[in-house]
Design a protein around this ligand. Structure first.
Ligand code: CA
Length: 230
């Protein structure tokens, strides 16, 4: 293993945004007459909006969501999200990105989100950390996480194979997507999902926070490189 590129999830990894997402999904459900709990949305994290809407409608009414419903409801959910107070970068995320830059590790965003507002904010909150061409969003893929396609697309964009990539994820479906793409996956527990679920989804190593990962990043990289040299 010799990582050249980091594939980074956005919501719940670089941004502390999952609470706002859960709140806006729960509000959408209330208004649409769909039963839900706020916490369930932490488990759906990583799915595209369309597939979450399909899951909710199937459970409530026993049929698939129409394209029109997916579009209309995702637009509403996005609107509610944008009305909530702006979320900040995950503590430790800036430091991690600086450490990556310092050792020349490339950086690609791999997110299930298609929200232009969040993507724009990356440039503001992490100046110089990402380039606009190095982003996989829900617009670039036909199958979202937990399918491996988003991570495969990320590696294609960066021109690397799995042995030259490293993924960073906070949700079981995201970890599953990255590990099924063959990538060494770092799991972070940044919400209510326990570490055991991330290991079960395929994480190679799990840190209790982004700060803990940033703190340990050089040691992990050193270990990966020396292990592969042996
Ligand atoms: Ca995430």
């Amino acid at each position: 293993m010799n990582p050249k590129v980091a594939l980074l999830d956005m919501d719940g990894t670089l941004y502390d945004s999952m609470g706002n997402h859960a709140d806006s999904w729960a509000r959408l459900c209330r208004e649409e007459g769909i039963d839900c709990t706020r916490d369930e949305f932490f488990l759906y994290e990583g799915r595209t909006g369309a597939s979450t809407i399909d899951l909710l409608i199937q459970r409530q009414w026993g049929r698939h969501a129409t394209d029109q419903e997916k579009e209309r409801m995702y637009r509403k959910k996005t609107e509610y999200f944008n009305q909530l107070p702006e979320v900040g970068p995950m503590p430790g995320a800036r430091r991690l990105l600086e450490e990556m830059k310092e050792i020349g590790l490339g950086r690609v965003i791999v997110t299930g989100s298609g929200q232009a507002s969040l993507l724009d904010r990356l440039q503001k909150d992490f100046p110089g950390a990402f380039s606009a061409e190095m982003m996989v969003t829900s617009r670039n893929v036909t199958k979202g996480k937990p399918h491996p396609e988003p991570y495969i697309r990320g590696m294609q964009m960066a021109g690397v194979s799995p042995s030259h990539a490293l993924a960073v994820e906070n949700a079981p479906l995201g970890v599953e997507s990255a590990s099924r793409a063959g990538v060494f996956t770092v799991g972070l527990t940044t919400g209510p999902v326990p570490a055991a679920e991330l290991y079960e989804a395929g994480a190679a190593i799990v840190y209790p926070s982004m700060e803990a990962f940033a703190e340990d990043f050089h040691i992990l990289m050193f270990n990966l490189l020396t292990t592969s040299a042996e």
